[in-house]
Design a protein around this ligand. Structure first.
Ligand code: BV8
Length: 240
């Protein structure tokens, strides 16, 4: 019996082979910068320019990156499942737009989006691909100095949590792809899915911190392991 509703959680490993790097691997972002300084709300209040420059650098990297075979395979799975009356809910911890650029729909970015900014004065969220500075003027309300990256930092509630837990309760299958399982609440989703009776699969380069919580695993680079899994699913070879 193939799962009708699949919940997919992706992390930085999904975009690693697009050249965006990860956080906790050798040479990863958190080995170059201290996450408390550049990816936390306290760090932003302490030194906004340092944080804005960190995201300006990442936004520039993203402009030069392209979706990889894993992103395209997940978009194809979403289309195939929709065509047969099922659903693939794609929740990503990533702030890049590579899932969308590969054709995925209705992607939930629980940690925000690098290609958007938010005004803390009028709360407007808008597309933004330029550099941000401490004096950037909000295009919606015209006030300067309150525009920040639309990113969910450490110490901030991630986005769309209500929808995420609703989808976890409905999932027949939960698949985590390219995530270390180090960051909460995302790292706890597998447990919520299991409690709802879902089958669980981890696809990663190596066993994650939460590997023991999964029924099955496929290890290897995402550009190989994800297309292989999607092909097997679409061929109906992954029956429960
Ligand atoms: C919150 C911002 C509450 C954007 C990010 C419970 C226990 C312990 C701690 C906590 C807890 N609850 C909350 C916390 C605190 C904290 C936390 O979890 N800390 C950790 C470090 C212990 N969590 C929070 O603060 C969260 N907020 O809980 O709010 C609250 C409630 C009410 C009111 C206010 C607040 C917010 C967390 C979100 C923070 N923002 N990102 C950005 O800069 O990107 S998190 C950051 O880590 C990234 O978003 C990233 O996506 C995310 C997770 O990392 P991964 O994606 O897994 O990446 P990583 O490098 O770790 O791993 C990569 C994996 O890929 C590896 O496994 C590797 O093997 C694999 N890989 C590598 N190459 C490949 C590959 N796989 C396949 N193919 C390859 N080629």
């Amino acid at each position: 019996m193939l799962p009708e509703r699949i919940f997919i959680l992706t992390g930085a490993g999904t975009s690693a082979e697009s050249g965006l790097g990860t956080f906790r691997d050798e040479g990863g972002l958190w080995t170059q910068a201290n996450l408390e300084d550049v990816a936390s709300i306290d760090g932003y209040h302490r030194d906004p320019e340092l944080v804005l420059d960190f995201y300006n650098m990442r936004r520039k990297n993203l402009a030069g990156a392209a979706p990889n075979a894993a992103h395209f395979a997940l978009a194809a799975l979403q289309d195939a499942w929709k065509a047969q009356g099922g659903a693939v809910f794609l929740c990503t911890q990533n702030v890049d737009d590579l899932h969308e650029r590969a054709g995925a729909a209705d992607v939930v970015h629980m940690h925000g989006e690098l290609t958007k900014a938010r005004c803390e004065s009028c709360e407007a969220v808008f597309a933004w691909v330029e550099d941000l500075t401490v004096s950037t003027r909000c295009p919606a309300c015209g006030v300067s100095g309150f525009v920040r990256p639309h990113i969910g930092w450490f110490g901030e509630m991630p986005f769309e949590m209500e929808r995420i837990y609703e989808e976890l309760a409905l999932a027949d299958m939960f698949v985590a792809i390219g995530t270390s399982g180090a960051v909460y609440p995302a790292a706890g989703f597998v447990t919520a899915a299991r409690q709802a009776g879902a089958r669980t699969l981890e696809i990663n380069l190596a066993p994650s911190d939460t590997a023991d919580a999964f029924d099955d695993a496929r290890y290897g680079p995402a550009t190989q392991a994800v297309p292989a899994w999607v092909e097997a699913m679409i061929a109906g070879e992954e029956e429960d």
